[in-house]
Write a protein of this length. Structure first.
Length: 260
């Protein structure tokens, strides 16, 4: 019989640090963090995407891929790039367009934008959406301990890498320590094609290994059931403000604690 959720081990930041210290063998090791819902509340990919929808910023270069995504799920292909993107996003919220597909779409939908243009737009949106006030401050002492102890701290996210980089910089993560959704770029312009599979659900461990192949995976922090593969790949999983889907899964996970 599954263990009741309220009996799952709960640890505050000090308790998590003590657990990490007891496991760390004094050699190279990695602590991985999901981004949206973990390092901060909300979803920065949705923040930027919704702002681009409102500003009618999607372009002709994305239209063919948007129409193909709509057709693949029996949805209307009519309209401009912004109109089709909005229809797909609405269908996602109505349960008619899967999350795995929407995270891909919300990565390559910026086709035609320059990398620098998306960076500037992201900075503007995240400032307007007050991301700095949404940071999960409970993680601050854990990040400080990890970095002072020589642990490598990395981010594994299904959101677009350019957007995650701007957001994760608030936690002092550098771009080489971030695995996220990436598109092909040509002459500095975003294309409607993915460079790698999006680091989503079962693809998260593979994306992480591209960053730190061979290093000991000490711990993973996440908020969603889609972070379970990361928990299972690490020696310790830490649930941060877990969503209902993860709370329901926690009793089955032997190596996961709740961050109080």
């Amino acid at each position: 019989m599954a263990q009741p959720t309220d009996q799952i081990t709960g640890l505050d930041a000090v308790g998590v640090i003590e657990r990490l210290a007891s496991m760390h063998r004094g050699q190279g090791a990695v602590v991985a963090f999901d981004a949206d819902g973990t390092l901060w509340s909300g979803d920065v990919s949705e923040d930027v995407f919704e702002a681009a929808l409102d500003a009618d910023r999607f372009r002709e270069e994305a239209l063919e891929a948007l129409r193909k995504a709509a057709a693949a799920h029996g949805l209307s292909e009519r309209g401009t790039a912004t109109e089709v993107a909005r229809a797909l996003y609405t269908a996602y919220h109505q349960g008619a367009f899967p999350e795995s597909a929407v995270v891909e779409m919300m990565t390559w939908c910026y086709a035609g934008w320059s990398v620098s243009e998306l960076r500037r737009f992201t900075e503007q949106v995240l400032a307007e959406r007050k991301l700095e006030q949404r940071l999960c401050r409970k993680l601050e002492p854990i990040l400080e301990y990890a970095r002072n102890s020589g642990l490598r701290t990395v981010v594994i996210s299904a959101s677009p890498k350019g957007i995650v980089e701007r957001a994760a910089a608030l936690w002092s993560f550098a771009p080489p320590d971030i695995a996220a959704a990436e598109t092909v770029t040509v002459a500095g312009r975003i294309q409607a094609r993915l460079l790698h599979p999006v680091p989503y659900a079962d693809a998260k461990p593979a994306a992480a290994r591209r960053l730190f192949d061979g290093a000991e995976w000490l711990a993973s922090f996440g908020d969603n059931v889609f972070d379970v593969p990361m928990f299972e790949a690490a020696r310790l999983g830490v649930a941060v403000e877990p969503k209902l889907s993860l709370r329901q899964k926690l009793p089955e996970l032997k190596n996961v604690v709740l961050l109080k």
